[in-house]
Design a protein around this ligand. Structure first.
Ligand SMILES: NC(=O)c1ccc[n+]([C@@H]2O[C@H](COP(=O)([O-])OP(=O)(O)OC[C@H]3O[C@@H](n4cnc5c(N)ncnc54)[C@H](OP(=O)(O)O)[C@@H]3O)[C@@H](O)[C@H]2O)c1
Length: 246
């Protein structure tokens, strides 16, 4: 089985790449700018699962022609793709009244439009295989988070995108589901969350802690696998019970 993970060089995506290899998947993953991190992920992958194929590709999901070229290359190199985790994402936090056009557009283009480009490009492969799994990575910000109008809109948009795909292609053996992560230690949270803010969130999380990447990867990989064959159009929280944000 072959898995594609966008933004698989760091953080949550890297956790998925590593767990997928351990679970026996062949994996293609992408990065945008940080080649060093991607090379390190690739090197670790080769040590972790030397018998599995793992390829990395530079990709900016905001550009449809780039998505087309990279997915064509990945399908050619790996023979096919059975599942994709649309994980590449950014945040550019600001209050709405001072949010620039660029802050708005960059986040929507990466998190929402980029996921659509990846899904659209993979549909012919999934249709010809008569099977395929889309797993989209949202956030509890999907219900609105202060200072994140752009991010919240992009993450809410993924629910509509996934539900439409689930209805259009379910009968063709293709499923689409959304995972809603709570808080996980990655560069994204390190850059935007102080220790005091982490304490705040952990107090409200019934498990009183942030999640571990393996806990999230397990849920994502279940939805990417054949085992989830009758789960379609769903939104699955992996939040430790923290389902609210101010
Ligand atoms: N961390 C959390 O607690 C949390 C919670 C809820 C949801 N999420 C979501 O989970 C996903 C991963 O988050 P993370 O915390 O792992 O983030 P991260 O550590 O910042 O990693 C982001 C990944 O996305 C890639 N990327 C960024 N912009 C891209 C673009 N335009 N085209 C292609 N790839 C791009 C990055 O590539 P480079 O390395 O080259 O920059 C990197 O591989 C995101 O969608 C995020 O919104 C995270």
């Amino acid at each position: 089985m072959v898995l594609l993970v966008t933004g698989g060089s760091r953080g949550i995506g890297k956790g998925v790449v590593q767990h997928a290899l351990k679970d026996g998947w062949d994996v293609a993953f992408t990065y945008q700018h940080n080649r060093e991190a991607a090379l390190q992920t690739l090197e670790e992958a080769r040590t972790l699962a030397p018998q599995k194929r793992c390829y990395m590709y530079q990709l900016d999901v905001r550009h449809a022609d780039h998505v087309e070229a990279v997915i064509e290359q990945a399908v050619h190199s790996l023979g096919t793709i059975d599942a994709v985790v649309c994980n590449a994402g950014i945040n550019k936090n600001n209050l709405a009244f001072s949010m620039s056009n660029d802050e708005w557009q960059e986040v929507i283009d990466t998190n929402l439009t980029g996921s659509f480009y990846v899904i659209r490009q993979l549909l012919p492969t999934f249709l010809s295989n008569k099977k395929g799994r889309f797993v989209l990575i949202s956030s509890i910000a999907k219900d609105g988070m202060s200072g994140q109008a752009n991010y919240s809109a992009s993450k809410a948009g993924l629910l509509g995108l996934s539900a439409a795909i689930a209805k259009e292609y379910g009968a063709k053996g293709i499923t689409s589901n959304v995972v809603v992560p709570g808080f996980f230690e990655t560069d994204m949270t390190a850059q935007t969350m102080s220790d005091a803010l982490k304490d705040f969130w952990n107090r409200f999380c019934p498990l009183n802690r942030m999640g571990r990447l393996d806990e999230l990867a397990d849920a994502i990989l279940f939805l990417a696998s054949p085992k989830s064959s009758f789960i379609n159009g769903q939104v699955i929280p992996v939040t430790g019970g923290l389902d609210w944000g101010p």
